[in-house]
Design a protein around this ligand. Structure first.
Ligand SMILES: [Zn+2]
Length: 227
């Protein structure tokens, strides 16, 4: 019988992460890489899940191939993890993270959570910009959409109307504080479910760019995937 990973929702574990006597299986989840009894000895499953999501929710195992059309985010949603997390603490944490101008963050949210957090962000002088995730199918779409959403002034890219490559994109993203003055900056990617289903590679790239970009000349831009 297959068992579900309590961290990432993968349904193909050969034994339960913990048995009835609370003994760990020491099985390694091929999806998220959690070894039960080891990784979760010092961190909660929710903490491990957040770390896995922040790292792009990628398939972990090199020895075991992922199921066909596997998608980590879809798997999490199917396992119902978002609804199992305490809602108040999620909202409080969301607000704290998005108002933090020192560390960038990546979030996956329900529209309702975002709607309830927005007024408080605006009160704190955080600029919130929006992108339609269902319209992103290529890198070029991403660069164009961000140029519009971030109200990029004409001429910022020289003769170009949007960044032509990833380095330029990240460099100009770092400049956003110069033309949108605010204490902090948040980009909401609306209709993210369509984006992750139809263009998961692009969505994954966005997560990667955010992770590996070096913010800090001016400020941070938080990335929020709104389901
Ligand atoms: Zn897992």
């Amino acid at each position: 019988m297959a068992h579900t990973c309590p961290v990432c929702g993968f349904g193909g574990l050969t034994s339960p992460a913990y048995d009835n006597a609370h003994c760990a299986s020491f099985e390694i989840c091929p999806s998220c890489g959690t070894e039960f009894g080891y990784h979760d000895a010092s961190k909660s499953h929710a903490q491990l899940r957040r770390a896995w999501i922040a790292a792009g929710a990628c398939w972990s195992s090199r020895a075991v191939a992922p199921p066909v059309d596997w998608n980590g985010i879809v798997q999490l949603k199917a396992a119902g993890f978002d609804s199992r997390v305490n809602e108040e603490s999620v909202k409080t944490q969301l607000l704290l993270d998005l108002a933090d101008t020192r560390h960038m963050s990546i979030h996956f949210c329900e529209p309702r959570e975002v709607e309830e957090t927005l007024p408080k962000l605006i009160e704190q002088n955080i600029a919130v910009m929006e992108i339609d995730g269902s319209s992103l199918a290529s890198r070029e779409d991403v660069f164009k959409a961000f140029a519009v959403a971030l109200r990029m002034p004409k001429g910022w890219y020289g003769d170009e109307e949007y960044a032509g490559n990833v380095d330029a994109f990240l460099e100009y993203l770092d400049d956003v504080v110069e033309w949108v003055p605010a204490k902090g900056h948040v980009v909401l990617v609306r209709h993210s479910e369509q984006l992750w289903r139809a263009a998961a590679r692009i969505a994954g790239e966005l997560v990667e760019w955010w992770q590996f970009s070096v913010w800090g000349h001016h400020g941070t831009v938080h990335l929020v995937f709104v389901w």
